[in-house]
Design a protein around this ligand. Structure first.
Ligand code: SF4
Ligand code: SF4
Ligand code: SF4
Length: 1001
């Protein structure tokens, strides 16, 4: 049994290529033992080695790899090696772990096979859901190329993203033009040539929940539990109640306590698990297995598209639909009875979904019963309606779908009103927020996340140009006075909301201008001071007094003048790394450098500047240095580029302005003559995720600098707290209650960077909002609003009408920016972004999928599939939820309305107008078709397609009765014909439950 293998740091192309450093003097045999051995073998000898091993393909029917190789060797002409990560069965998720966890092994397997026919092309087929998982593999190929001894140094990799099920099951072409294997098999080939492969073992991918992740070999004869414990320290969760999830739930669920079994197919099958699982994830006790089952069943349903016979597909849809209803709190005990029957039928049909459903029902019956009794869900999440992912992820919890819908309706004032319910600084955030909401946007799984951030700025600009923001209603004056120290984003936010609660608020700022970090820590090319002034003015006009050049020396004295105090002190002091030479005069602190520049001090740096950092502040420092005299700026970070804290967009901007990036290096020494020495960081975190950098002291990088600027951390001057009861952590931030933000001193509250440490501006806004609610509650002696700090729906705005083509295909807008020539140059702080045009903003809001209205439960799709129509296609997302990405593929819709009966929110509905029936999903018409009318009363009845659907399912003598079109009322009146409004169900043993009550909010 082999241990999980970890990608050696030197194989990471980021470190080697971007630092301009050479790979170490590694021998091929040491780095790639399988390839080294293969190079001494002729192609037929390589085939012989595979034949002797009896190696079989890791999926499908387990074809002999030797047979496939023999066919390939007989081919002539150009040849390609194919990594098929689309999976012949349910293994795409396992493939993701191989691509991420063992990319070098994968590349090594390809390099071995490349020598069979001097193949120069590699095709990587990725399904849509694995898009982005190719990066580590591409890096590994680059690194292998850089080893001179490799026989095929010009191997070209073509990534075919969005490879659709059409590829699935493609056989090896008989002309030998391609050699196709799954990622697992390619890795197995590398292990085989390295002599490490146990042929009686399954290649197995360890995923989330294991202390160590990656590929291992699962010995068939070994005990599963012992092997799990032996793999790099076992599972992360403690206790026997952890849940083993095989193949992402597609292979079934098993309690860890039941894992005392052999790993042969019979043993797996005997406990209800897929006989040859390919990946394992471990979830801690308390996860909702019912929810996981729902997800896996939908995945089975999607994978079965075009593969399982049409009559069986509705069975999968039924399993998914019943499970989804249970997770939405709409299940009855009868659902479980039916699910048991469906599980048996799935097994009888030989469908893999039986492993998922049967194991879940068998081991987690209690959870299922709790759900059907609507008592509880272990995670407390299943039975409630979750907010849209963007809404839930925004630290300020702005109701994003609602404000975007207002913007799409052209109502800028309503847009700003919705945003300011949670964030009083829409313009500032619209210009500078790194937008965590966009990282969570469901649309990111299709053609780019909705560009949420600049839409706030767009609405703000319109309102400011039109006389200012709509102002909130102020509660009656309470007569209470609140003093706020500092005028950064958390203080401004606290002041705004405290004023709306009816209190008198005064802000004390020791500097010349208000704004704190917004003014002194963010360069003017991102946030021009005049725009910040306009936004602060919108808070001042509420009656908030802002005193500048007003120093507060002692909290104790200050406290006496106010009923409550809020400390929004911010972080103004740089924290320098304790490396040799950090005390030298050429070393500056990043935040102090920015502060000096924004205070119009005559700061000049360079001509050579080295910036040490990796976060957004370091990018600001690097780009500011270029505007303050630097000719050449090197930016170093201890992390690899993909792990740097700075946003990818900001990193790209820095590179485009000429900043030289050096990821993966930690500083060790700064010389007086300006030489800065770094050593290669091989690993930044240990297996438990703790920061624990490991360096290679033999790999050094030296950069020359006239100034070194460290953007490596920030702290606060806490002199104001002397003599007070307010406590500080050992790392220098203020201790405050996590719920109320009140310090140890009653009536003194603290938030923002000085309390939670340096974070995003929007995090500071969040703490200002929470503090305001807590102060208000404390002053009134009432409990704090329980919804503060949670995503709350602020408005009920109907979805925008959007054409299906536009909704489906319009890509994310690209921010118009000034050219590098326009923005660079000493003292040039012209704004880089030009902002979206009105037309761009209008298009962008229409890309929103309205995840607040369509909750992604998939019931509509399942109901339609159960009908045997299959007109709806949703995609799986990382949210986790389903989503409509393609609104153009509902041609098969017959307008029967089965989907609308099950939809718990009304997100999908039918509209009858002008003699036509439209099927509408969150504002988009996905199908329009004519309506028939009653031959007696003329009322609209049904679509011709629906009528045909019913006719085909009726016996001939009853179908004849349909010849005269009648509405339900007239048909009932005649009493001589079937009720055509009903929709006969496929293999129905029960009807779709009716949903008359909204799900819990
Ligand atoms: S699609 Fe719209 S509602 Fe859904 S996460 Fe993205 S922005 Fe939010
Ligand atoms: S109305 Fe159309 S989409 Fe809805 S269930 Fe009927 S056929 Fe399917
Ligand atoms: S349209 Fe309705 S039923 Fe379909 S996924 Fe959205 S919320 Fe669920």
């Amino acid at each position: 049994m082999s241990e999980p293998k970890i990608l050696p740091a030197w194989l990471d192309a980021d470190a080697a290529a971007l630092a301009g450093a050479e790979p170490p003097a590694q021998t091929l045999a040491g780095a790639l033992p399988g390839l080294a051995r293969a190079q001494s073998l002729a192609p037929v000898q390589r085939l012989q080695r595979v034949r002797e091993s009896g190696l079989a393909e890791s999926s499908g029917a387990g074809e002999s790899v030797a047979l496939v190789w023999r066919q390939f060797l007989r081919g002539h002409g150009p040849s390609a090696l194919v990594i098929d990560a689309t999976g012949l069965d349910v293994r795409a998720r396992g493939s993701a772990a191989v691509l991420d966890g063992a990319p070098w092994l994968l590349a090594e397997g390809l390099a071995i096979a490349a020598g069979l026919r001097d193949s120069r092309t590699v095709e990587l087929r990725l399904p849509a859901e694995l898009s982005g998982h190719e990066t580590a593999f591409l890096n590994a190929v680059d690194a292998i190329r850089s080893l001179a001894q490799v026989s095929t140094p010009r191997m070209q990799v073509e990534v075919r993203r969005d490879s659709r099920p059409g590829y699935w099951g493609e056989e090896q072409p008989s002309d030998g033009s391609r050699l196709i294997h799954t990622p697992e098999t390619w890795c197995r080939i590398a292990l085989l040539f390295a002599g490490e492969s146990d042929l009686d073992a399954l290649l197995f991918t360890l995923r989330r929940g294991m202390k160590q992740r990656g590929l291992v070999e699962l010995a068939r004869s070994g005990n599963l539990r012992s092997q799990i414990d032996a793999w790099g320290g076992g599972v992360e969760a403690s206790g026997d109640d952890a849940v083993l999830v095989f193949d992402d739930g597609l292979g079934g669920f098993l309690p860890l306590a039941e894992a005392d079994l052999a790993c042969d197919p019979l043993s797996f099958a005997s406990v209800g698990i897929v006989p040859a699982p390919s990946s394992l994830m471990v979830m801690a006790e308390g996860v909702c297995v019912v929810k996981q089952t729902r997800r896996a069943l939908y995945r089975h349903w999607q994978l079965a598209d075009g593969i399982v016979p049409a009559p069986v597909r509705p069975l999968l849809a039924r399993a998914a639909r019943l499970t989804a209803e249970i997770t939405l709190g709409r299940g009855e005990p009868g659902h479980l009875v039916t699910l048991d029957e469906v599980a048996l039928e799935l097994a009888a049909q030989g469908l893999a979904a039986a492993w998922t459903l049967r194991s879940s029902l068998r081991y987690y019956r209690e959870q299922w019963e709790q759900h059907t009794r609507r008592e509880s869900c272990p995670e407390g999440l299943c039975l409630v309606r979750n907010p849209a992912p963007c809404h839930g992820t925004c630290p300020a919890n702005i109701d994003i779908p609602s404000f975007m819908a207002h913007l799409g309706h052209g109502d800028y004032r309503a847009t700003i009103e919705v945003i300011r319910r949670d964030n009083p600084l829409p313009l500032t955030c619209g210009l500078i927020c790194p937008a965590p909401c966009e990282s969570a946007c469901v649309r990111g799984g299709s053609n780019g996340a909705v560009f949420i951030r600049p839409l706030k700025a767009k609405a703000a600009e319109h309102c400011l140009a039109d006389g200012g923001y709509p102002q909130p209603e102020l509660a009656p004056d309470t007569g209470k006075r609140i003093g706020i120290v500092g005028s950064g984003p958390s203080s401004l936010t606290a002041a705004y909301y405290l004023r709306t609660y009816g209190h008198q608020v005064e802000i004390f700022e020791e500097l010349e201008h208000a704004g704190g970090q917004l003014r002194y820590g963010i360069p003017a090319y991102r946030l021009p001071p005049d725009l910040l002034d306009q936004e602060i003015e919108q808070i001042r006009v509420l009656g908030v007094q802002i005193h500048t050049n007003a120093t507060v020396d002692s909290l104790e004295a200050f406290r006496k003048d106010f009923d409550a105090v809020y400390l929004g002190l911010g972080t103004q002091k740089a924290r320098l790394l304790p490396v040799e030479g950090s005390h030298l005069p050429i070393v500056l602190g990043g935040i102090e450098f920015l502060h000096a520049v924004r205070s119009n001090e005559p700061v000049r740096v360079g001509p050579r500047v080295v910036v040490i950092g990796g976060g957004n502040v370091s990018i600001d420092v690097a780009l500011t240095a270029l505007r303050q005299g630097a000719q050449h700026v090197d930016l170093t970070a201890i992390d690899q580029r993909r792990n740097m804290a700075a946003s990818p967009h900001d990193i790209e901007m820095a590179v485009s302005e000429g900043v030289q990036l050096h990821p993966g290096w930690g500083p060790i020494k700064i010389d007086e003559d300006g030489g800065v020495t770094f050593q290669l960081c091989e690993q930044t975190h240990d297996a438990d995720g703790k920061f624990d950098p490991k360096y290679d002291p033999t790999r050094l990088l030296t950069l020359e600098a006239d100034h070194v600027i460290m953007a490596t951390g920030q702290g606060t001057d806490m002199a104001i707290l002397d003599g007070s009861d307010v406590e500080q952590y050992h790392h220098g931030f203020i201790v405050a209650d996590s719920q109320t933000l009140m310090t140890k001193e009653p009536g003194v509250f603290a938030g923002g960077d000085a309390q939670h440490g340096p974070r995003l501006v929007v995090d500071a806004i969040r703490s200002g909002k929470i503090a305001a609610a807590a102060i208000d509650a404390w002053l009134r002696g009432t409990p704090m609003d329980a919804d503060i700090g949670k995503p709350v729906c602020r408005d009920d705005v109907s979805p925008l009408p959007v054409l299906a083509q536009d909704r489906t295909y319009r890509p994310r807008a690209v921010m118009p920016e000034r050219s590098v020539e326009e923005v660079l140059g000493e003292g040039n702080y012209v704004q880089v972004e030009k902002g979206l045009t009105d037309a761009m903003a209008d298009d962008e809001v229409r890309r929103c999928l309205r995840c607040d209205v369509c909750i992604g439960c998939g019931l509509c799709m399942a109901a339609c599939s159960e009908m045997g129509i299959d007109a709806l296609r949703m995609a799986d997302t990382t949210a986790p939820r389903l989503a409509y990405f393609d609104f153009t593929e509902s041609e098969a819709c017959i307008g029967c309305g089965a989907c609308t009966q099950v939809c718990p929110t009304g997100a999908i509905h039918l509209e009858d107008r002008d003699g036509k029936r439209r099927t509408v999903i969150t504002g988009t018409v996905v199908k329009e078709q004519p309506l028939l009318t009653c031959s007696e009363c003329g009322a609209p009845t049904q679509t011709p397609a629906h009528r045909e659907y019913v006719r085909r399912r009726l016996p001939d003598h009853m179908a004849a009765l349909l010849e005269r079109e009648l509405c339900q009322t007239c048909a009932r009146g005649r009493g001589d014909r079937p009720h055509v409004g009903a929709t006969p169900r496929v293999a129905a043993s029960e009807s779709i439950p009716q949903f008359n009550t909204p799900i819990k909010q």
